[in-house]
Each structure stands twice: as structure tokens, then as C-alpha cells.
Design a protein around this ligand. Sequence first.
Ligand SMILES: Cc1cc2nc3c(=O)[nH]c(=O)nc-3n(C[C@H](O)[C@H](O)[C@H](O)COP(=O)(O)O)c2cc1C
Length: 351
Amino acid sequence: MLYDIFSSLLKQTNPEVAHQLAINVLKRDILPLDLFKFKGDDTLKSTVFGIDFINPVGLAAGFDKNAEVYNSMFKLGFGFAEVGTVTPKPQEGNPKPRVFRLNEDKAIINRLGFPNNGMEEIYNRISNQVSKGVLGVNIGPNKENATKVDDYLTCIKKFYDQAHYIAVNISSPNTPNLRTLHDENKISELIEALNDFRSNQKTSKPIIFKISPNIGTSEVEKLAEIFLNKKIDGLILTNTSIEGKENLRGKDREEAGGLSGSPIYTLSNKIISSFYKFLKGKVPIIGVGGVSDGETAYEKIKAGANLVQLYTSLVFKGPYVASNINEDITEFLKRDGFKNISEAVGVNANQ
Ligand SMILES: Cc1cc2nc3c(=O)[nH]c(=O)nc-3n(C[C@H](O)[C@H](O)[C@H](O)COP(=O)(O)O)c2cc1C
């Protein structure tokens, strides 16, 4: 009830201001632990890239860019949280306005351009608290270094010991030229540099790559071959889309930037099942793009995702979304006769 009033006020506010308000509330960490009736279920547990997850629903990158509230997100029922994108130096991002909420489409268009506090400040913030769940750190380059490997190396060195996994973002549409890192030679060079770094560390942490939805089947096939050869640990599929805006209804539909939420759901599922087939299920996938309820999350799992993430539906559906999704998936698994979530992964990939 209180949330509904708060939410309808937020929906009338500028999206970036509303987001900052939400961060400020979550930062106070005043949420009681028993806020949600669903307490989890053993069928939702799985081990993916060597990490134990209590449930498959994660917070996608971009919501907690500066690692301020991830511990509160675990209380909301998220099984893992990814902070960032973090860049080596702090940066302001693009001029405002740069986030547009399309209420009619249950979608967002953003062209933020990685505004963040920079790796030193974010590293110190993470150091000052004990993570209460699985923490991914999503890394990227500063705007002026967009196609260079060095910024990724600088960030992975900083966060390697702190994070449970590192997500390598090569797919934001809002940093000019970043997506050229999908080119075969460039991605190979980047994977090798990061693997070289890791081979000199005492522990082996998963390094996973976040990919654009705006690639064709032949590109998926070529990338999958590289990923299998170079033995990457995992993929996040997908980032926001620069395509698929023609059927939108919201008044800001023509704004430049990456589209997220319901309109990219089918597109991202296609990329998931396509990669799953070419990778023969050998590389774990985090499915993201338009997850908004139990059905949409479960479909992504059946298309080939081991885990899912969401951002946009948190804006439209509010803080109960992760908990509700987990409750629904538990029922679907039982209904369909699966003993645990891993058994459902990829069962529909060939459809
Ligand atoms: C406002 C906003 C900011 C985002 N910032 C980032 C980011 O910094 N790094 C990143 O990898 N993805 C970022 N994303 C993309 C999301 O992590 C996710 O891949 C995408 O929104 C699709 O999921 P969704 O439909 O559940 O939102 C952002 C998305 C939104 C809406």
C-alpha cells in the first residue's frame, strides 16, 4: 500500500531523479528482513561457473552503478547483484536528460554513458562492508579509451579479489565504438589479456562477457566458436538494444539510446537460444532483457539461461519483483516435474 503510493509518485518524477530517490531509501538499509513472504526453496539453488547461487534472479548492472545498495537488494530476494559499470576514472556520462521511461511500453531508453564514481571510490565502498550475497562487478572503459584493453585490465586488477565474478561490458550502446569489441580479433585480444592476468593470480574467478542483442546469427556463431576455443566462463545475454523501437508507443520513443524492458524480451531470448545451441550448453548464460515475472524468467531459463537478471521491471513492478519471480519459478519447476532449476535449462532451446 505504502509502496503503491510511493511508486505512483515516482512514476511522475523524472526517471533519473526517481532512481536517485530509490537509491537513497535503499542506502539507509532499513528494510526488515521479513518483508517478503517467499523465503526461497532448494529447487532454486544451483552452482554456475563454480559459484553457489541461492536462487537464479539477479540484479542487472546499471541499477547500483556505484555499489551503494547491493546488500539491500539481497534482502529484496535477489540471488545475486551486479554493480557498475565501473570505469577506471570517475566520469559524468552524457548530458541530461538521458533516461526516458516509456510507461505504455514497460520500457526504458537510456543513454547514460557510464556515469560512475570511478574504481577507487567504488573499491573503497565495497571494502567497507561484507557482501551478504554473490557480488559481480561489471567493468568498462572510460569514454576516451573505449576500444582499448588497458582500462579493462586496470579494473579487473582492482576488483579481482573483491568480486565473486567479473562481468566485462563490451556492449553498452552509449559509449561510442565500444561495440566494435565484438569484432573477432578484438574480442580475442581482450579475452587473452584478461586470461593472462588471471593465470598469474592465486585464485581463479569467473570472467564473463556481456554481449549486445544487435548481432545476427552468423556473428553469434563466430563468437561462440571463439568463446569455446578460449574457454570463457560465461556470458550475459543481453545488454540494451538500439533496434526494435518502431512499435513503441511512449512519447519518448524516438530518443537515442539503449532500449530495455518488455520490448527486448523476444530479441534477447533469440540470442540466448542461438548461443546456447552453438555453445552446446558448455558455457553458462545469464539471461537478461525484459524479465518481469515468473513466466518471462522461466522462458529464458528454458531457452538456455542458467540464471537471469533484471533492471527495468524493478522500476515498473517495484521491490517485490524478484521475490515473486522466485516463488513462481518454484511452482513451475514442480508443475513440470523438474527436481531443480538446472534440469530446466535449455529444454526449449531448439524450438
Ligand atoms: C538506466 C539503465 C542503465 C543501465 N546501465 C548499465 C550499465 O552501466 N552497464 C551494463 O552492463 N548494463 C547496463 N544496463 C543494461 C541492463 O543491465 C540490462 O542488460 C538491460 O536493461 C536489459 O534488462 P532489463 O530489460 O531487465 O532492463 C542499464 C539499463 C538501464 C535501464
